[in-house]
Ligand binder design. Structure first.
Ligand SMILES: Nc1nc2c(c(=O)[nH]1)N[C@H]1C(S)=C(S)[C@@H](COP(=O)(O)OP(=O)(O)OC[C@H]3O[C@@H](n4cnc5c(=O)[nH]c(N)nc54)[C@H](O)[C@@H]3O)O[C@H]1N2
Ligand SMILES: Nc1nc2c(c(=O)[nH]1)N[C@H]1C(S)=C(S)[C@@H](COP(=O)(O)OP(=O)(O)OC[C@H]3O[C@@H](n4cnc5c(=O)[nH]c(N)nc54)[C@H](O)[C@@H]3O)O[C@H]1N2
Ligand SMILES: [Mo]
Length: 687
């Protein structure tokens, strides 16, 4: 704690961690006044990734903490479901009502009638997954498959590289070619921007491959704008050129690639003329890209999560992840691949989640298919407990999700910080603390720092952290396992109790002192695959036995996405526009879409259309339009220009009242059973 000058002798500064589901996992400095109120928040200038600045959203984090819609007390519903009328009750009463209802539901219908629903409202390891997993595991409740974000990419990396790991983002300054593939750092990963700028100063070229001409694409040296869902054809086309022109690293391949011959044969099916026709990219540009990729070293491919939210999302990530193995790009510092680094940490998840105390082997419900789960009459969900998530906004086919939430025979508990669309349907609302109000431990899925978040202020009202609520619920249920008594500090020690080499020296005490510590690795740079890949063959798997067992083609190929001209010609006749709904700059999924200043900056729910598509429909820039398909519709303001190709429509998401997820589908990805928000055909008309 340090004083921060002027007449503010009673001010103190606290180090917190940004809890949001984002690559950057920032370190924040929070100033607290003499009344215990947080009055200022800024990026920690001592943190090598945060570099003293926060994103446009989290600069306004205090507007969330002290928001008029903050839920401060437990409440019970007094109006109709969806009306949003609640009355204050005590915590004791709330816990009694909820545990009585759990007991009644379990005795009448069995524990599978209970569905926990959570995602990454906070990435703090304690409040993301610890006591909650113990609690619902002990109960034997339906298991939630948490697949809404990254499942296809994770499965693709696991099978191809053996783990979700890539290069250290701090080493990107050494890259001379950076291909940003299906990611928009200016919006979703802003702390990568200074690294890109530094690399560029040192001579790097930046290429963006994305159907969307977003802010990052505009600033890149080259933007390759392709048709959505066709990237595996592009990657195979690049391989075809690399192999034909002998621009591959045969030594590296011999040592590190399993199934190269079969991959080379497959790549022969993707000559440049064919790839140009599939992707919509000119032939010369494909050839130029492949040659540049082989020649400009070190070359890094940085892939985002947006790209894998398609029915062929796994295949796309898999094909792209094979490229650096063909050119041996992994050998150089700053070369290789990066999607996720979550596999780099050695957190002791077993100790946090305690699968040893779980009851039975309950059914699994995929969070992407919540709409169907809530309409399942054969084994209905009668009780749902939501925390760390806002399914009425973020889950696909939202119209059907909301219908399900309105069911009179569904009892809904929501533990939240602020009123959300989901809260409106709650029977019981519980108040949650923000990251300024609780203790937690953080890793990142992009950079390599472990961080400690200690509370800066007292909980507002009667808000409680997730961990504490599950302790109270466990007591109410009569669960006597000692692990339900573990304190948050105990949980941190358990998480850090790990033999993993990356975690050596990272203790609670060390973190209390330093706040953030980089994981341990040998040598001056993090070179995760220097000694081989953690796959069954010890090599990059161009031929995958794992996929073969799953009934997939063991060698990658291009499959058209399900909702596209090639994938479903009949549907395409009625709904001829591919609708992408990637991250909005001023919101984080649905979080922050209730902060006035950020809504103003994001302006209005918008859809970008190509001039040809607009003209054909009599739509002018600024017109209100209806975007629809058989699942539902949403009203957006049309912006006509060059951000999209003809045949594509894009809407930055997610707004509360005009929600694009009314149109999105529950279909799952080819691997990992993930979400396919971007495989979505629509029609657009003027209203
Ligand atoms: N401001 C802001 N930041 C965020 C978030 C947010 O909502 N707002 N969300 C956070 C979360 S939860 C996550 S998972 C990450 C996501 O961050 P990103 O990985 O950046 O994900 P998206 O923004 O969904 O999509 C990135 C890009 O993928 C492109 N894309 C879609 N389909 C295809 C395709 O077929 N091929 C190619 N090449 N590109 C395609 C989209 O046009 C988009 O530009 O960001 C986090 N950060
Ligand atoms: N169309 C479309 N839909 C999408 C996406 C897209 O790109 N396009 N992105 C998808 C992706 S990548 C993701 S990750 C999902 C995200 O879906 P969600 O995980 O539901 O994300 P948020 O909308 O940010 O909602 C998180 C909620 O958790 C609450 N919360 C935060 N911290 C805590 C806490 O400590 N305790 C409790 N109890 N609550 C807390 C917040 O107040 C917030 O309301 O959305 C998906 N939906
Ligand atoms: Mo996500």
């Amino acid at each position: 704690m340090t004083s921060s000058g002027g007449n503010s002798t009673h001010m103190k500064t606290n180090i917190n961690v940004c809890p949001h589901d984002c690559w950057d996992t920032c370190s924040m400095k929070v100033t607290v006044d003499e009344n215990g109120k947080a009055v200022r928040i800024r990026g920690n200038d001592e943190h090598p990734i945060t570099r003293g600045f926060l994103c446009v959203k989290v600069n306004h984090y205090l507007d969330r903490v002290y928001h008029p819609d903050r839920i401060l007390y437990p409440m019970k519903r007094v109006g109709a479901k969806g009306e949003g009328k609640f009355e204050r009750i005590s915590w004791d009463e709330a816990i009694r009502i909820v545990t009585d209802r759990f007991k009644e539901t379990i005795s009448r219908f069995g524990a599978e009638a209970v569905l926990p629903y959570s995602y990454a409202g906070t990435l703090g390891l304690l409040n993301y997954s610890s006591m909650d997993r113990r609690f619902f595991g002990k109960m034997g409740a339906s298991r939630l498959e948490r697949t809404i974000c990254s499942a296809a990419g994770t499965a693709a990396l696991k099978a191809t590289l053996g783990t979700g790991m890539g290069i250290d983002p701090e080493d990107m300054v050494h890259s001379r070619l950076i291909i940003i593939w299906g990611l928009n750092p200016m919006t979703s990963n802003v702390h990568q921007v200074p690294i890109l700028e530094e690399a560029r100063k040192r001579g790097a070229k930046i290429v963006v491959i994305d159907p969307y001409k977003h802010e990052t694409a505009r600033r890149a040296d080259i933007h390759i704008q392709l048709r959505p869902g066709t990237d595996s054809a592009l990657a195979l086309g690049m391989m075809n050129i690399l192999i034909r022109e002998n621009r591959i690293d045969r030594d590296y391949i011999r040592q590190y690639v399993h199934g190269y011959e079969e991959l080379a044969e497959r790549a022969r099916d993707y000559p440049v003329e064919k790839v140009a026709a599939i992707t919509g990219i000119q032939q010369e540009r494909i050839v130029e890209l492949a040659r540049m990729y082989a020649e400009t070293r070190p070359a890094l491919i940085r892939v985002g999560y947006g790209i894998q939210r398609h029915t062929n999302g796994g295949e796309m990530v898999r094909s792209i992840a094979l490229l650096p193995a063909l050119t041996g790009a992994w050998k150089e510092v700053g070369g290789g691949f990066l999607l996720s680094n979550s596999g780099a940490f050695g957190i002791n998840k077993e100790k946090l989640e305690r699968p040893d105390i779980y009851t039975g082997n309950p059914r699994r419900i995929n969070m992407v298919q919540l709409a169907s789960a809530l309409h399942d009459t054969s084994n209905p969900v009668h009780m749902m407990y939501v925390y760390n998530s806002n399914p009425a906004s973020v889950a696909p086919d939202t119209g059907r999700v909301i219908e399900g939430l309105k069911r009179e025979d569904l009892f809904l508990v929501v533990h939240e910080q602020l009123m959300t669309e989901t809260c409106k349907y709650a029977d019981i609302l519980l108040p949650a603390t923000t990251t300024l109000e609780h203790l937690d431990l953080h890793v990142s899925y992009w950079h390599l720092y472990v961080q400690l978040n200690e509370p800066a202020i007292q909980p507002l009202g009667e808000a409680k952290p997730n961990t504490e609520v599950f302790r109270l619920l466990a007591r109410g249920m009569g669960y006597t396992d000692p692990c339900f008594k573990d304190s948050d500090e105990d949980l941190i020690r358990q998480a850090l109790d790990s033999n993993h080499p990356a975690m050596q020296g990272i203790t609670y005490e060390a973190l209390k002192q330093k706040k953030f510590i980089k994981i341990r690795f040998d040598g001056p740079h993090f070179m995760p695959f220097e000694k081989g890949f953690p796959t069954p063959t010890g090599k990059v798997e161009a031929r995958s036995g794992q996929f073969e067992k799953m009934g997939l083609d063991p060698v990658v190929r291009y499959t058209p996405i399900r909702e596209s001209a090639e994938g479903s010609p009949e549907l395409y006749q009625k709904y001829p526009l591919q609708f992408l709904t990637p991250a909005a700059k001023h919101f984080l999924n649905s979080t922050f879409n209730n902060v006035e200043i950020l809504k103003k900056r994001e302006k209005e729910p918008t859809v970008f259309l190509h001039p040809d598509d607009a003209r054909e429909r009599g739509i002018a820039d600024g017109d209100k339009v209806r975007v629809y398909n058989e699942r539902g519709s949403v009203e957006l303001v049309a912006r006509v220009g060059d951000k999209v190709l003809s045949g594509v429509a894009i809407s930055p998401s997610i707004w509360a009242d005009q929600n694009v997820n009314m149109t999105t589908s529950e279909a799952l990805t080819d691997m990992g059973r993930g979400a396919t928000f971007h495989t979505n055909l629509v029609q657009v008309e003027k209203v």
